[in-house]
Design a protein around this ligand. Structure first.
Ligand SMILES: Nc1ncnc2c1ncn2[C@@H]1O[C@H](COP(=O)(O)OP(=O)(O)O)[C@@H](O)[C@H]1O
Ligand SMILES: [Mg+2]
Length: 392
């Protein structure tokens, strides 16, 4: 599954912005407050809307009036275009949320795609204010429009997504694919201190947003996916300069100890002797080698505590994940990280009159030609070639 386009209207700083031709790995740069986290949060918002409802999703973010772009009334709109696989149909999910009698309401929700390359875009799901129609025998890959059955439906409430119900059913592959993306979307905002003070009683299979369950996931990987765990250690050796050997064992108390070349086994999460950079690289490897890959993984500012050389290694790991796992979005401020990524992958966010604009490095002819002549992206970023980045 791959997102091809994201269109946002009236969601916080995004009054009207579109990201076209979204690559498999997207690197998003921008000053503080330019909207990087907000862009990621679109998926968090959709997840809260899908698991609960839009009232809860909005309330978590301060309510409709906080969320809707300042000086606008809305509606808040998202339009996400995606393909299930390389050659499959382009599917569009559209959602518009307004406010009526101080209650958030779904003004429109559509899931549409073309039947066949020449067909017209067909609304498989089309709801407004709790009422609408859904096709009850969706045929994702082939099919004949004449065979589709449409059914009128009324939702229990006007703040519930219609797709929420359909996403569970196998007979609605497009809805299920989208539901799966939203459900398994993940944001990583790793904090080394939280990983250090990690608790080791409990159980966890996936690294949490802040990484505070790193020791638990490490144990899970050690016990349940030992081959993968060993390949993480191998990667660590390759990626972190100065680490030629590392092995591991489980203590009677049930925590995983690591031993680096210099001798005794120690708890890497508590022991200060393992550098922050090493732990952070280890944590990202644990995240990236998760046997259940996230269809969309958003990573907040991976650069903190990492040496510039490690950032190059990390950029390569993210790229690999995006090729074999899911799509990856990364926010960063780091010129060193930028130096390690490709022109096609870089977007930048700038505020214009209080609202965010999305720009793309490859569409800027000066940046593109300088990169082709051998300049480094991070250098151009530092020198202010990304227009509007340094507020004047
Ligand atoms: N309703 C809103 N309308 C317009 N701008 C908003 C709204 N809510 C928040 N913002 C702005 O969005 C920005 C926060 O963006 P954020 O995603 O945290 O940026 P970054 O992650 O790049 O530092 C702030 O500048 C804030 O003023
Ligand atoms: Mg942020």
């Amino acid at each position: 599954m791959k997102i091809e386009q994201i269109k946002i209207k009236n969601y916080k700083a995004f009054k009207n912005a579109t990201m076209h031709d979204v690559p498999q790995m997207c690197v998003i740069v921008g000053a503080n407050g330019s909207g990087k986290s907000t862009l990621f949060d679109i998926f968090g918002f959709l997840k809260d809307s899908m698991t609960q409802n839009i009232t809860v999703a909005l309330a978590k973010r301060g309510g409709y009036k906080e969320v809707v772009s300042r000086n606008t009334k809305g509606p808040i709109e998202f339009e996400i275009k995606f393909r299930e696989s390389g050659k499959s149909e382009l599917v569009t999910y559209h959602l518009a949320i307004g406010l009526e009698n101080n209650q958030p309401i779904i003004e429109r929700e559509i899931l549409r795609y073309r039947m066949g390359s020449k067909g017209l875009p067909y609304h498989f799901l089309d709801f407004s204010r709790g009422k609408g129609t859904a096709v009850t025998n969706e045929l994702f890959y082939q099919g004949d429009i004449k065979e589709l059955k449409r059914e009128e439906q009324t939702l229990a409430k006007t703040d519930i997504l219609a797709i929420k119900g359909l996403a569970q059913f196998k007979q609605f592959p497009a809805a299920a694919t989208f539901g799966d993306l939203i459900d398994k979307w993940h944001v990583s905002d790793f904090h080394i201190n939280q990983a250090r003070t990690t608790k080791d009683d409990g159980y966890a299979e996936h690294l949490s947003r802040e990484g505070d369950n790193l020791a638990l996931v490490t144990k899970f990987m050690y016990e349940q996916h030992n081959d993968l765990f060993n390949s993480i250690l191998d990667k660590l050796k390759k990626r972190v300069p100065g680490i030629e050997s590392v092995d591991s064992k489980l203590t009677d108390e049930g925590s995983v100890l690591l031993r680096f070349q210099d001798g005794s086994f120690k708890d890497p999460f508590l022991a200060r002797y393992v550098s922050d950079g090493t732990i952070k690289m280890f944590a990202y490897l644990v995240l990236l080698y998760d046997p259940n890959k996230h269809p969309l993984l958003c990573i907040e500012e991976p650069e903190n505590q990492l040496y510039p050389t490690l950032l190059t290694e990390l950029a390569e790991e993210f790229k690999e994940y995006s090729n074999v796992g899911g799509q990856v979005f990364i926010s960063t401020h780091s010129p060193d990280f930028l130096n390690a990524v490709e022109l096609e992958d870089v977007f930048w966010l700038v505020k214009n009159a209080g609202y965010t604009e999305i720009k793309r490095a490859k569409d800027d002819s000066l940046i593109a030609s300088l990169i082709r002549e051998g300049d480094k992206m991070g250098y151009l970023w530092k020198q202010g070639f990304f227009e509007g980045v340094n507020p004047r």
